[in-house]
Design a protein around this ligand. Structure first.
Ligand SMILES: [Fe+2]
Length: 135
């Protein structure tokens, strides 16, 4: 994939733990870029839905992994419950776009992914950073 066609590029603003959470967020970006490029390059429904499924599955695994990490920190239980609820809503949102005909909706998908992924990392994930044991 040509770097210049990436929808989102990793930068220091997204950093959370310089570890596994960042690695998984980077992987989410990678799949989101593939998904976005498949639509942009009109790769067809099969390729588009394959990357959407991959994004959904990876997000589910990542969210539960992140929740498990947070469970072992001093992140307050009420905030963790709130964060889990936000993750559950994000999964519902991404499931809801599985019913969308995406081939001609590049702008919509871009807006969706921006709110769905980028805003979550930049706003919600920031709230647990001080509880992580990072170097
Ligand atoms: Fe999160």
């Amino acid at each position: 994939m040509n770097e210049s066609t990436n929808f989102i590029n990793w930068c220091i603003l997204f950093e959370c733990d310089s570890g596994i959470i960042d690695e998984e967020h980077k992987q989410l970006f990678k799949i989101a870029n593939e998904f976005y490029n498949n639509i942009k390059e009109k790769k067809g429904d099969n390729a588009i839905y394959q990357t959407l499924n991959e994004l959904t599955k990876y997000a589910q695994d990542h969210f539960s992994h992140e929740e498990n990490i947070l469970k072992d920190t001093d992140f307050p239980t009420s905030e963790l419950e709130n964060h889990k609820q936000i993750h559950a809503n994000l999964i519902l949102e991404i499931f809801s776009i599985h019913n969308t005909q995406m081939s001609n909706q590049l702008g919509e998908v871009k807006r969706f992914l921006t709110n769905w992924l980028i805003m979550h990392i930049l706003i919600e994930d920031r709230k647990y950073l001080k509880y992580l044991n990072t170097p």
